[in-house]
Ligand binder design. Structure first.
Ligand code: CA
Length: 228
């Protein structure tokens, strides 16, 4: 489950240690030593997760987290706060700013990994390696295989990502713009009708087992995967 992780930590030794552990676990790490530098990195590309130190020079981790939550574009990015404090009241303040989890220094690499995995599973299931299944349609992110009632189905890479996103966010309507953000990536300039082209390809790839019926068009709004 390699993720793009932004690490915002001003203490060089701690930053180095955490970055090393994350890289060992297969993640891609972007580093910043202040909230301001972190903000600039977020502007150029959205990370899958942000590890955010509480005490930073200049803007604090809490203020940064609040800014992320206040902006439509960054609202959904999972945040784990790193802190040397452990008082219960601080935890509550941290979570009220919108952080998804909280980890108190010093922590073991194993504990950090477990927290990251749990937060990603909850907030960004499309980037985990868990097999997903809906009504006999099965998708395995680790092997990149899709099958319908046990029969292998052949999907292109974009259709695969599109289906993975739908299957991990079922029963919700997604606009074309939202699908572009989540499946094609933030800051990618593609026309919205590109989505329609790939939806068509996806449906035709699922046709042989009848699973194309799961992909529904919601008039004037977008698309959804529904097993109902
Ligand atoms: Ca610090």
């Amino acid at each position: 489950m390699p993720a793009n992780i932004l690490l915002v930590e001003d203490e060089p030794a701690i930053q180095e240690l955490i970055a090393f552990n994350l890289q060992q676990a297969g993640h891609h790490v972007l580093r910043a030593d202040s909230a301001e530098a972190g903000m600039n990195l977020v502007k150029s590309a959205l990370p899958d997760l942000i590890l955010l130190d509480w005490m930073l020079p200049g803007m604090s981790g809490i203020e940064f987290s609040k800014k992320l939550r206040a902006d439509e574009r960054t609202r959904q990015v999972p945040v784990i706060m790193l802190t040397a404090r452990s008082e219960e009241s601080d935890k509550i303040i941290g979570l009220e700013t919108g952080a998804d989890d909280y980890i108190t220094k010093p922590f073991s690499p194993r504990e950090l990994q477990a927290r990251i995995k749990a937060v990603l599973r909850r907030r960004a299931p499309q980037i985990t390696d868990d097999v997903v299944e809906v009504k006999g349609l099965s998708l395995d992110p680790a092997t990149h295989r899709v099958s319908g009632n046990g029969a292998p189905l052949d999907l292109g890479p974009t259709e695969f990502r599109l289906l993975h996103f739908f299957m991990t966010h079922p029963e919700r309507v997604h606009s074309r713009a939202q699908l572009l953000d989540h499946v094609w990536g933030d800051h990618v300039f593609v026309e919205e009708r590109t989505v329609d082209v790939h939806i068509r390809r996806l449906r035709s790839a699922l046709e042989s087992t009848g699973h194309d019926a799961l992909i529904q068009t919601v008039r004037g709004t977008g698309y959804r995967l529904s097993a109902l």
